[in-house]
Write a protein that binds this ligand. Structure first.
Ligand code: NI
Length: 165
């Protein structure tokens, strides 16, 4: 049976403020991940390469008439547990931020043509994950830090980025 919210909060406050079980532990820093989904079309290639060279390097992903992927996006933030709620953050806030800054621009769009912040960028998963990072860094609640983004292009291929070089 779940504890009533106020009792659960009191437990968390006792634990993380150094109550009987938590003495000396300080605030726990925890990573929290929200998974989101979007579908998008793209074509990989370089305009300054011949069609043959693009096909050799990018294969099916260079198809002239586009193709799509079902992407999964895992956004991980890190922060201290709020002793009052027991949460690092309300996951709805994280979901809303990612939807507004990223998903609404990408879902059911053509990454080459429709997305202002991907203009002129070859839309590989690698380039896309860095662009998504730049969209989210600084746009999240101030109590958490963006820690890691994992972008799945297929169930077997993903890239991950934690900022920086
Ligand atoms: Ni592709």
């Amino acid at each position: 049976m779940a504890l009533p919210a106020r009792l659960a909060a009191a437990h968390a406050a006792a634990y993380y403020s150094g109550g009987p079980e938590g003495a000396g532990k300080g605030m726990a820093r925890v990573r929290v991940t929200r998974r989101l989904h979007f579908c998008a079309a793209h074509r990989l290639g370089r305009d300054d390469w011949s069609r043959e060279q693009n096909e050799r390097v990018f294969g099916l992903c260079s198809n002239a008439n586009w193709h799509g992927h079902n992407y999964e996006l895992d956004v991980t933030v890190a922060g201290e547990i709020d002793p009052e709620t027991g949460y690092v953050l309300d996951l709805k806030l994280l979901r809303d931020a990612v939807e507004q800054r990223v998903i609404d621009d990408l879902d059911h769009r053509n990454l080459n043509l429709d997305v202002e912040w991907m203009r002129g960028v070859n839309p590989t998963t690698e380039n896309l994950v860095v662009a998504i990072w730049d969209r989210l860094a600084g746009a999240l609640p101030a109590t958490v830090e963006l820690e890691r983004i994992v972008l799945w292009e297929t169930p077997r291929n993903y890239v991950e980025y934690s900022g920086g070089k």
